[in-house]
Design a protein around this ligand. Structure first.
Ligand code: MN
Ligand code: MN
Length: 340
């Protein structure tokens, strides 16, 4: 049997419901209108925002990095970007806590995934840095969905190239300033040591939040301090409360350009079971979202959300938490830009 393949278009793509029913605000193209197209229909971009090739310009781009060859324990964060996008379908356009509509104030787009080599960490890091640098030439702010935490290093290289050394607010159960694993320098437990060694960090403005669990030795903490980090541990976060954590971060970073890195394992496993190296005794999602809302006051340049591993997730608990983290970060960016 011969199958004839026609070059005639079978469908006018400009008439697709996602293209027709978008919420627009001034010059900005927003989400697919959920009153016209059900939330569960159509392809899952982040928050059902337009793809980068559908609009002429963007203030912020969501970029996926499906890479997890740097993990030391349970793998699976390579499926994080698609899981977070799928879990972000219910995000509505208005943020009442910050009184902002982030996708109206800013043109936010989904920039798809970086095609990373799963067999070569060196090649993957090079590809991630190249992709981030080329996006940053067109779009001033990036929100990256990982992927394991290895990806923070090439992202910080790209941001430091654009801004100079940056302050980092790092949410994580783990310090991620260890030196090597099995002789390997580039792993998900080492990105912030490499970044500090490479001069990518403003050592007077970096802070970890949510650190907990057993370490290898007390020198883990003293070496970490030498690399430029203050620590708000999870037990300290508990006694400080959201307002106290916010103050500690604001005091540390001031008006420096800030990169925010959210390892989803900063949340308690009850709030984020879908991750590779869970530690008991973490933050609640309510606490994390509350802290992120205060970032409207910071000079945000970029962020990542990493270590979401859907094969250990249940009922999208972790994916939904990550999607809301992304929404609060974009809202804080929009609120900050509106204020300035
Ligand atoms: Mn971690
Ligand atoms: Mn981490």
């Amino acid at each position: 049997m011969i199958i004839e393949i026609s070059n005639e278009p079978t469908r006018d793509w400009s008439e697709m419901p996602e293209a027709v029913h978008r919420i627009s605000h001034g010059g900005n193209v927003g989400q697919v209108d959920a009153t016209k197209v059900p939330r569960y229909a159509g392809p899952a971009t982040f928050a059902r925002l337009p793809r980068i090739d559908e609009v002429g310009r963007a203030d912020a781009a969501v970029l996926g990095v499906p890479f997890d060859s740097g993990v030391t324990y349970r793998p699976g964060a390579r499926f994080g970007p698609s899981h977070i996008r799928e879990s972000s379908r219910l995000l509505r356009p208005y943020n009442p806590a910050l009184e902002v509509s982030p996708f109206a104030s800013l043109q936010v787009v989904d920039a798809d995934d970086v095609a990373v080599n799963p067999f070569s960490i060196d090649e993957a890091i090079t590809a991630i840095e190249r992709a981030a640098r080329s996006l940053l030439e067109r779009v001033p702010h990036l929100l990256t969905l990982g992927g394991d935490h290895t990806i923070a290093l090439p992202l910080l290289r790209a941001f430091a190239a654009a801004h100079g050394p940056v302050a980092v607010v790092h949410f994580d159960a783990h310090l991620d300033t260890w030196d090597t694993y099995f002789g390997a320098s580039y792993t998900h437990g080492t990105p912030f040591r490499r970044a500090s060694e490479e001069g990518l960090l403003d050592r007077s403005g970096c802070i970890h939040v949510g650190i907990r669990g057993p370490l290898f030795a007390d020198t883990d903490l003293s070496q970490d301090a030498g690399l430029g980090f203050q620590v708000v541990s999870a037990p300290e976060a508990d006694s400080l409360g959201v307002a106290g954590i916010v103050q500690r971060i604001a005091d540390r970073v001031g008006d420096r350009p800030v990169y925010v890195s959210v390892d989803i394992d900063v949340l308690d496993p009850a709030h984020a079971p879908g991750t590779g190296t869970p530690e008991a005794g973490g933050l609640t999602s309510r606490e994390l979202l509350g802290v992120l809302r205060s970032f409207a006051r910071l000079n945000l340049i970029g962020a990542d959300i990493v270590e979401v591993a859907p094969s250990y997730d249940h009922a999208q608990i972790t994916g939904i938490a990550a999607a809301h983290v992304g929404f609060e970060l974009l809202s804080a960016l929009a609120a900050g830009q509106n204020a300035s």
